[in-house]
Design a protein around this ligand. Sequence first.
Ligand code: SF4
Ligand code: SF4
Ligand code: FES
Length: 504
Amino acid sequence: MIKLTIDGREVEVEPGTTVLEAASKLGIEVPHYCYHPDIGIDGNCRMCLCEVNGNTNKLAIGCKFPVGEGMDVKTASDAVVKARKGVLEFLLINHPLDCTICDQAGECPLQDYAYRFGPGDSRFREPKRKGPKTVEFSDKVMFDTERCILCTRCTRYFEVVRDSRPIGVENMGGASTITLGPNGPITDPYQMNIIDICPVGALTSRDFRFKQRVWFMDFADTICPGCERGCNITAGAYQGKLLRFTPRRNPEVNKSWMCDDGRLSYKTYNLDERVRGATVAGESVAMDDALDKVVELVGDGSGVAILASTVDTCEELAAIGEFAKLSNIEHIWHGEKSWEGDDFLKLPDATPNTAGAKALGFTNVPDEAPALRGLIVAGDVGVPSRLLESLDFLVLQTPVAGALGEAAVVVLPGRTALEKKGSWMNHDGRRQAVKPALDPGADVPADWEIWRDLASAEWTSFAELLALANASLPEVAAIGTDEYSTIVGPNEQAQHLVIQAAKS
Ligand code: SF4
Ligand code: SF4
Ligand code: FES
């Protein structure tokens, strides 16, 4: 181990650690643009300059400079502060005054660093460089030449992470620009990640651009429901409508990435029509009356099966399991949904919690399913037609009833993946907290509350349910109530974004 001092504080790190990494271990921020933990070091932006061993004539770039025994590093000395101001003054020479109309405003490290570390003025009086502002890199990504600070994160993302070169740097010196390669528009199914890592508003999402200022939005740190990888994401919403998903860094699950399909799937969770309140035989009834009807239909439980969605959380599935046990329902099955996976993140199981369902005792629907008297469908799940053949009754508890709604005796509301609180277990057994980005309103209670009331359960609170789920799942997968939070407001999000920018 190597011992050094940064801003007067001692730290011990592995040999080969960079000054920037060692500083971040102490919680000391070294501002940077071109370095990215999941792409690597390039050393082109000079934003990360630090003073090493009192050498004020030759500052070192913290992103690349390796630590040494007894080293004395200063990240905010007079020389560093002056150099940073100079770097920012240069970067801003040709940067347009677009902040008022730029989608990156509010989450832009150039804007933030200019405020925090910049000179506050410019000595540049000449006209700024002009360039095309709406270059279509693809049907998903728009490029603004003028805003680019040429950090090359985007080109290196494709080279390092995707092993491809759809874009590159063209020309030299002040004429340098990022440009499309000879094969035309980018087609990579993970191309939208370059939008997130671009530290300025040069690369914007054609889907999200000009839709909303980020400081007006609400954000929830949650998990992508698209497949059983369980990519960590931040869901952004405005006035009850989702506007975007962006990846949240988790080095052990998805690093800083997500697939474009998962990213754009947010649209499917903005429901125009949905089940609100309960119905029995098509008539609106009080929720308690509908639940009484379900209990009456289930009777002694014989010939009844539950088919649960693998979008349901572990906690909801634990509550469903309790209801099944108390009602003597023998068959508890989970649904299936697949799509084409790939060799990067996308997995063939297109639901987030199959592992959780299996761990809680739910099984695949058998090929030769027994003749059923009744079927209870819990959550957003496709129902195999063979299960519907001999039914006396069908109960649906779902966000959208669809064609089956008319055949159901009882229809109960359900929450979508983006309205749930709980956890999903991904394909390698990692249980991750799922937090609601939207609140559907009082006439769509949380799914677990419906199952609690159906089971007349002794437990009443979410914390008690969590303890129940924890007891039924492998110990390693247990999570605590602290990991859950409600929707994050705009102010916390602004803070969150500053923290994110500092971290990545
Ligand atoms: S487009 Fe963005 S990520 Fe790419 S080089 Fe320019 S500033 Fe960097
Ligand atoms: S790989 Fe799966 S979990 Fe990750 S973003 Fe895509 S769909 Fe979502
Ligand atoms: S030179 Fe160090 S982050 Fe760019």
